[in-house]
Design a binder for this molecule. Structure first.
Ligand code: URA
Length: 216
């Protein structure tokens, strides 16, 4: 608990500067995650830690329920997400929504976010520098939301959170822990759109998500 608190406060310091280390403010941080998430959203909106701010239309904070027991983490906004400022609203998002529907979950009852909050030009894979600059935002989001289960959609999310260099096949065969939270890794919906042979695997994984979610 002590270590968690220390880590949390160090992240606040990193993200917001030392003004929040005042005890009154710290208390607010600890009792009001929604307020903290709103503040974090404002910080992200003006972020210039890597060059992606130059080409973004909007930052994409994430959407859904900030008290969710289940969080889906993708890679980075694409064109539609950049234009609308919302995650997974393009073709990959439609597939994600269909998959959620098959297991009886509505998208607004879960949290949906990404490793990067800005679109990489032409949807290229995020660089390790971009990931390193953006990761503290994801860490803070997950600490504030504290879901019971995190689903990594694709390798970028899995490698960023779990810090192991597995293949997607290896990730899929295991369950992981992220600061005490269960983590499951499945294919990115965009990969399934590119290769329909993967659909049966992602469907299997969503059945597993359904079971874990109902037990959470
Ligand atoms: N792909 C992602 O990884 N995230 C989105 O929000 C959209 C497409």
């Amino acid at each position: 608990m002590h270590d968690d608190l220390k880590r949390y406060l160090n992240q606040q310091l990193d993200l917001f500067g030392d003004e929040l280390i005042l005890s009154e403010e710290v208390e607010k941080v600890l009792v009001d995650p929604e307020k903290k998430l709103a503040e974090l959203k404002r910080v992200i909106e003006s972020c210039r830690k890597c060059d992606l701010w130059k080409t973004r239309t909007n930052t994409v904070f994430g959407s859904g329920d900030f008290n969710a027991r289940l969080a889906f983490i993708g890679e980075a906004p694409g064109r539609d997400e950049d234009l609308q400022g919302k995650p997974f609203v393009g073709r990959a998002g439609m597939l994600l929504e269909r998959l959620l529907k098959t297991i009886g979950i509505k998208r607004d009852e879960v949290f949906i976010g990404n490793v990067l909050k800005c679109r990489p030009p032409n949807n290229r894979t995020p660089s390790s520098f971009e990931v390193s600059q953006c990761e503290p935002y994801l860490v803070a989001q997950l600490q504030l939301i504290r879901p019971r289960l995190i689903v990594c959609l694709g390798l970028t999310a899995a490698k960023t959170l779990l810090k192991v260099e597995y293949t997607l096949g290896q990730f899929r065969q295991n369950m992981f822990k992220y600061h005490g939270i269960d983590v499951l890794v499945t294919y990115h919906p965009a990969a399934v759109l590119r290769n329909p042979n993967l659909e049966k695997f992602i469907r299997e994984d969503f059945e597993k998500i359904k079971r874990l979610y109902s037990e959470s």
